[in-house]
Design a protein around this ligand. Structure first.
Ligand SMILES: *Cc1c(COP(=O)(O)O)cnc(C)c1O
Length: 373
């Protein structure tokens, strides 16, 4: 069915549901040529050639010392906790994807929520400090929507209290913070390469580890702790990325710059037309941005649901990222005292942002929002 356009160049109805993300599929011929290679080597997993190649290319591209590719971003977090021998309480943000906190629970740790800042949606360093007890064993901030945390302040607290920092940098592919890739900060940074993320390997993720010995240990851990044919050196798990996923990553890496530029155009269009009508996330000026998300903040929950409904009617499906605030989930936590996060969660919407959106769809989205506010 062809979409009709009105005089504003805007689609009156679009036949396809528009979601926040759409998996980017890179050049098919190139992917097939990698698959041909896999069929030749017959090596499909267990630190296979394309996994090694992707690791090397990513280390160069991101300018990081040690990157360990794993099966997904949640696995990367769980490995990080084991590597640092964490126990008891971990201070983290209530405003994130569920995996940040549920992975802690999964590993037998307690998420302790420190509230976020109203303007940038990231964990507040002051609130981190308030939550530190003698049971705290680490700090786990998230660069929410790719917006860099206040790394200096967090580092200062970490040093003062002698606590390791793990950054859940799942949204932070290709971000430069003070002239360094953001993944270099913290004792460990983890990232997700899930199909919905800016750079993906279908399923996948990575740990970025500054300490060489810890990186070695991570490599053992993701392969059952197997050191040699007859030697087990760690209690490990199966956390490996496979060859087909690495092939996807190699193809994506060739196109990711282009993808980011396409998203930047959409981001700037949204920003230009919407900034007078909604509140936007305040971005960290010490960091670059990757245009992976476009969150808008409405004045209250009622208005948010109204905008969501109006967009749904036009077949556009923004997401309430991140709702609910994780401190309100009984399975994770008994206290419910992150009031800024609860407030933001109730009035935030992430708009569709992916390279297949054309101007008329973006305009339809913008105009629908403005009309329904
Ligand atoms: C996507 C995501 C994860 C989980 O990554 P997977 O690769 O899906 O396991 C963890 N934390 C955050 C903040 C995420 O957005």
């Amino acid at each position: 069915m062809k979409n009709k356009q009105n005089k504003n160049g805007e689609k009156s109805l679009n036949s396809q549901a528009i979601n926040v993300t759409k998996t980017y599929l890179p050049n098919k011929e190139k992917y097939i040529s990698y698959i041909d290679e896999i069929y030749k080597t017959g090596w499909v997993t267990n630190y296979s050639p394309l996994v090694q190649k992707l690791e090397k290319r990513l280390a160069e591209y991101l300018d990081v010392k040690n990157i360990v590719l794993v099966s997904n971003g949640t696995m990367a977090l769980n490995i990080a906790y084991k590597l640092l021998n964490l126990k008891d309480e971990i201070i983290t943000t209530p405003f994130s994807f569920i995996a940040t906190s549920s992975s802690l629970k999964w590993s037998g740790l307690s998420p302790i929520f420190a509230d976020i800042n109203l303007d940038n949606f990231n964990i507040s360093p002051e609130k981190i400090e308030e939550r530190i007890t003698n049971k705290t064993s680490a700090i786990l901030p998230v660069h929410v929507f790719g917006n860099a945390c206040d790394i200096e302040k967090i580092q200062e607290i970490a040093i003062n209290y002698n606590l390791p920092v793990i950054y859940d940098a799942s949204h932070a592919f290709n971000i430069i913070y003070n002239n360094q890739n953001i993944l270099n900060y913290g004792n460990i940074s983890t990232i997700s390469f899930h199909a919905t993320k800016l750079f993906h390997t279908i399923e996948g993720g990575a740990l970025i580890i500054n300490d060489d010995e810890l990186a070695k240990k991570a490599r053992l851990m993701i392969n059952f702790g197997i050191k040699g044919p007859e030697r087990i050196e760690e209690v490990g798990i199966n956390g490996k990325m496979n060859e087909f996923e690495a092939a996807m990553g190699l193809c994506m890496l060739d196109e990711v710059q282009k993808i980011m530029e396409q998203r930047k155009l959409i981001y700037n269009k949204y920003k230009e037309k919407l900034k007078a009508h909604v509140i936007l996330q305040k971005l960290n000026q010490n960091a670059t941005y990757n245009y992976s998300y476009f969150p808008i903040l409405l004045k209250n929950e009622e208005s948010t649901l109204k905008v969501q409904k109006a967009l749904n009617k036009k077949n556009i499906f923004p997401r309430r990222y991140f709702y609910p605030s994780l401190d309100t989930i009984n399975l994770l936590n008994e206290k419910r005292d992150c009031f800024v996060s609860q407030d933001i969660s109730k009035r935030i919407l992430c708009l569709p942002i992916h390279s297949s959106l054309d101007d008329s769809l973006i305009n339809l989205c913008i105009n629908t929002i403005i009309e329904s506010i």
